[in-house]
Design a binder for this molecule. Structure first.
Ligand code: SF4
Ligand code: ZN
Ligand code: ZN
Length: 302
């Protein structure tokens, strides 16, 4: 029987990549400590900043939000109802209930009111749902944070997400994406600072935190996530991790330590303008969301 490395009680969690066995309370403490360490390591924000957490109702965003509040950060939530049937209905209920339990504000907007629900957009736009959805989430998060006095947006991207994206970008030698693959994107040209405090925490670790803390989160995956290539990369990396614990963390951390600084030296920043319609930053004259709105309007009117 494994025993907690701190209190010697029976361990409930064993993390092979860290060679650590922990009881419930010490695991929760370890997890929150790791979030705090990452925030400090990458100078993400301080206790004086107003942070807006992108909340989806999943284990990562809810675990992140709870950790930040317990650590004493000023963190409110922001939820976008994507209008994806049962998945959105359930995640909305769970996110709302959780905000009440936490005693923090959850702001919500709905794509139905702003533009159109994702499944309807899919009928008129050939791009993969996740690509459109990602663009819309980034746009509304940025705009909402700016309009409401938040200087930081924190998202629940975990180590599995980050290492899968890194793997994909490396396989394709997508240098421009690699140059921007850092857990902090600074505030610039109309974009709010964006941070990923769970970037060194695996999906399993965040699920264990949620379960052991009694957080109720949406367990089903979004129906559009099925078949995404990133899932294959996650499975591939998880198989490697199984054989050699610590692979994901090493792959990601060593990229940040050794490769990112070299790539960053050659980063060329695009010139950004303000969208002529909504004022949000864009490389063209009209931003991609206003463009999409116009396109949808013309299709619906036909
Ligand atoms: Fe949006 Fe794709 Fe995530 Fe579903 S899986 S919430 S469509 S990004
Ligand atoms: Zn213990
Ligand atoms: Zn616009």
């Amino acid at each position: 029987m494994r025993r907690c490395f701190k209190c010697k009680e029976k361990a409930q969690v064993y993390l092979p990549q860290h060679r650590l066995a922990m009881c419930k309370d010490h695991y929760i403490e370890w997890f929150e400590g790791r979030v705090e360490k990452t925030i400090k390591e990458f100078k993400m924000f301080s206790k004086l900043d107003k942070v807006l957490v992108a909340v989806s109702g999943g284990k990562d965003s809810l675990s992140l939000w709870q950790s930040l509040v317990k650590l004493g950060y000023d963190a409110d939530g922001f939820y976008i109802n994507l209008g994806i049937g049962e998945y959105s209905q359930q995640s909305f209920i769970l996110a709302t209930e959780f905000s009440k339990k936490l005693g923090k504000t959850l702001y919500t907007i709905s794509l139905k009111d702003e533009i159109m629900p994702i499944p309807d957009i899919k009928k008129y736009d050939n791009r993969p749902a996740c690509s459109v959805c990602g663009t819309l989430k980034r746009y509304y998060m940025n705009k909402f944070a700016k309009d409401n006095g938040y200087r930081i947006i924190a998202t629940g991207h975990n180590l599995d997400d980050e290492s899968a994206v890194l793997f994909s970008n490396t396989l394709n030698w997508s240098i421009d994406y690699l140059k921007r693959q850092y857990p902090v994107l600074p505030e610039e040209d109309g974009f709010i600072k964006k941070v990923k405090p769970l970037c060194k925490i695996s999906e399993k670790e965040s699920a264990m935190y949620a379960v052991l803390s009694g957080i109720e989160y949406i367990e089903e995956e979004c129906p559009f996530s099925e078949g995404a290539t990133s899932i294959d990369y996650k499975i591939f990396l998880s198989n490697l991790e199984e054989k050699s614990p610590g692979t994901k963390l090493r792959f990601y951390s060593e990229f940040l330590r050794k490769m990112y600084p070299i790539l960053k030296q050659t980063e060329e920043k695009p010139t950004l303008n303000s969208c002529k319609i909504c004022g949000e930053p864009t490389t063209g004259e009209i931003c991609s969301v206003c463009n999409l709105k116009q396109k949808l309007k013309s299709k619906v009117e036909v």
